[in-house]
Design a protein around this ligand. Structure first.
Ligand code: FPP
Length: 248
């Protein structure tokens, strides 16, 4: 039996598999720099780790995987790097969409797609259409995503609904905010994995991560394997989640 298969058995025996895993895929640039390669080579290598994470989540029985692929702040990177990331997104979809579909993955996007170039946007829309109805894993790709923008947008929609009389002021509560976020209807992440050792949230799912367990690994994203994911899940299974309460 492979080491990864053994870890899956341990996860399954451990019982409490996280329903929702979120990942900040960090370290592509450093991975490339360490090898004296251009940064986009690191992003390309990072695509393999995306596959590892998706397949690993399916094997472990995770329901939702949210990957931070491109932040709104990333639009400030050099145009060459942005171009490379957009091309990689198209390439990823071209290469993987059929397999994602056959593996029962349903893809969604969190973020402002209007800023993508038309080709990248069409590719994303094709992916969403092609994988619609998948029941094994919901894959959220956070693209052109900013959590503060997401919350501000939800606040604006709430204000509009109150102004138009569709919502009473006294009904503005946590649920009213949650249902106006990109993640409406989904459980909050149980586990957040961040690679490359950085100890930051970086404007990712600020509302949704309120009680999420954090797992920071020094592994750079291109080196991240399903085995690393299983180790993170096993670590999570050893945590005591109190949600602000005291131990029973
Ligand atoms: C962070 O590393 C990573 C990104 C900004 C892009 C993530 C993209 C991929 C993994 C490839 C494509 C993904 C999909 C879903 C097709 P960084 O560049 O900030 O690394 P550094 O901190 O070492 O510079």
């Amino acid at each position: 039996m492979s080491a990864a298969a053994t870890l899956v058995d341990r996860i399954r025996a451990g019982g409490d598999v996280p329903r929702h895993v979120a990942v900040i895929m960090d370290g592509n640039g450093r991975w490339a720099q360490e090898r004296h390669l251009p940064r986009p080579v690191g992003h390309r290598e990072g695509m393999k780790a995306v596959r590892e994470a998706v397949e690993g989540c399916i094997a472990a029985g995770v329901d939702v995987l949210t990957l931070f692929a491109f932040s709104e702040e990333n639009w400030n990177r050099p145009p060459v790097e942005i171009g490379a990331l957009m091309s990689l997104l198209e390439e990823y979809i071209g290469r993987e969409a059929a397999e994602l579909r056959s593996n029962g993955v349903e893809a969604h996007v969190l973020g402002d797609l209007s800023r993508l170039n038309p080709k990248a946007r069409e590719a994303v829309e094709r992916l969403l259409a092609q994988t619609s109805g998948g029941t094994k894993l919901r894959l959220n790709l956070a693209i052109s995503y900013s959590s503060r923008a997401e919350i501000a947008h939800a606040a604006r929609r709430l204000a509009e609904d109150v102004l138009q009389g569709r919502l009473a002021l006294e009904d503005v509560d946590e649920d009213a905010v949650s249902v106006r976020l990109y993640t409406a209807g989904l459980p909050d992440p149980d586990l957040l994995v961040r690679t490359s050792g950085e100890q930051r949230i970086s404007n990712f799912l600020l509302w949704q991560l309120a009680y999420t367990e954090l797992y920071i690994t020094p592994v750079l994203w291109p080196d991240f394997t399903r085995q690393n994911l299983f180790e993170a899940i096993l670590d999570y299974q050893g945590r005591e989640r109190r949600f602000g309460r005291v131990t029973a």
